[in-house]
Design a binder for this molecule. Structure first.
Ligand SMILES: *Cc1c(COP(=O)(O)O)cnc(C)c1O
Length: 390
């Protein structure tokens, strides 16, 4: 039986690209990523659709994701940290790249040298930046973050008005982009959304005119009033469910683990650490080369979450047995045809049967954490319809 037949849920192109030594395959569908960008850009209407590619583009691979998105016409990117910015800078030389999380004293020169824009998030950030620009004798673009209800980063609206409104200390500072962030955009009926929208509109009315941005993925779905000049799409781009109860866009990520061994054990024997699972029947166990070090939360094993991990071999569900180890997971393949669970075969952990948000729900977390935990140990395969895989 060919490898393709034993794993019909795996895109054939990705499977063919698997190295003989690969233990896990993380398949990134760049065609789906591009399609999701076009969908979100269309939803954003007149507003520019920027891409958030922090945390290695939510685990998918920031340089390749940014390159594909730039080819779709994306002109503005957001990263969380300065180092993330320098990683992607060369991949998208024409694009504007904003760094969201923290502008620190004495870092102005580094921003200019790297061609990155800081997002200033406090009066201190702003004062430092104004001084830096004055000393360097040039204006450099930056964004300003105003808090409308998160209390993480951002100036309070009244502070922003004091500093930037008529007669303010920073009167000669005009942000290239004024941003705020929604706390509850994934819950469309949450009253906080409208509260933040009103606070943001009120603030904009009191400041000199500048481009504004409020919406993350969820905010894009809240409709045109939330879009302003630019939307910041993250999770939805990567196939996550950005809004409760709403279908997701195209799935981008699949994860498959390789079967290292299939063994039999008798009723009464135990499986794995802590002897946490005692077999109730004679069982066949497939051990795959994936574990919590690959971002499969240990909580999904015996003694953890109520609904444990399930894998799929073709259309067959294969539930977990025992605990999740650092590098291994044991699955119950007793009930599936013997020739489907074989050494060297593949088990779907994320894919058509198990979406990011399904796995998150089983683990009691959110899809964002699932994606960003996937780590770097799996072989990454990028597929692009109609093109050679890489
Ligand atoms: C992460 C982030 C985004 C993207 O949010 P998603 O929900 O992933 O679309 C947008 N804006 C800010 C400030 C962020 O930190």
């Amino acid at each position: 039986m060919s490898a393709r037949e034993i794993a019909p849920s795996m895109p054939p192109a990705a499977l063919e690209a698997a190295e003989p030594t690969a233990t896990a395959l993380l398949t990134i569908d760049l065609g789906a990523l591009r399609a999701n960008y076009r969908t979100l850009r269309d939803l954003a209407g007149e507003a520019e659709c920027a891409a958030v590619i922090k945390a290695n583009a939510y685990g998918t691979g920031d340089i390749i994701a940014a390159t594909a998105l730039a080819q779709e016409g994306c002109r503005t990117f957001f990263v969380a940290t300065f180092n993330e910015g320098t990683r992607v800078r060369g991949a998208v030389p024409q694009a504007t790249v904003y760094v969201l999380d923290g502008f620190f004293p004495q870092s102005g020169d580094a921003y200019i040298e790297s061609g990155l824009r800081p997002v200033l998030s406090s009066a201190e950030d702003l004062a430092d930046w104004i001084t830096f620009c004055r000393d360097s004798g040039a204006e450099h673009p930056s964004a300003l973050h105003v808090d409308t209800g998160m209390n993480r980063l951002g100036l309070r609206p009244e502070e922003a008005v004091d500093l930037l409104g008529a007669g303010g200390a920073g009167e000669d500072y005009v942000p290239a982009l004024l941003i705020s962030h929604l706390a509850c955009a994934d819950e469309p009926d949450h009253p906080k959304n409208a509260e933040q929208l009103h606070a943001f509109e009120k603030l904009l009315a009191q400041l000199p005119k500048c481009p504004a941005s409020l919406a993350n993925s969820g905010g894009i779905f809240l409709g045109q009033p939330y879009h302003f000049d630019l939307v910041r799409a993250g999770f939805a781009l990567y196939g996550g469910r950005a809004v409760e109860g709403r279908p997701t866009l195209a799935p981008v990520v699949q994860l498959h683990g390789r079967i290292a061994q299939v063994r039999e054990a008798d009723a009464g024997e135990t499986v794995g650490y802590g002897a946490a699972q005692r077999l109730e029947r004679r069982s066949r166990i497939a051990t795959i080369s994936l574990g919590y070090a690959d971002g499969i939360f240990r909580h999904l094993g015996a003694g953890g979450a109520q609904s444990g991990l399930v894998g799929y071999i073709g259309e067959h569900e294969v539930p977990i047995l025992g605990r999740i180890s650092m590098d291994l997971i044991t699955l119950d393949v007793t009930d599936i045809p013997e020739d489907l669970a074989v050494r060297g075969g593949w088990v779907e952990i994320l894919g058509p049967h198990v979406r990011i948000d399904d796995l998150a729900e089983r683990a009691g977390t959110i899809g964002y954490e699932v994606l960003t935990s996937l780590g770097s140990r799996a072989q990454r395969v990028f597929i692009e319809p109609g093109q050679e895989i890489s």
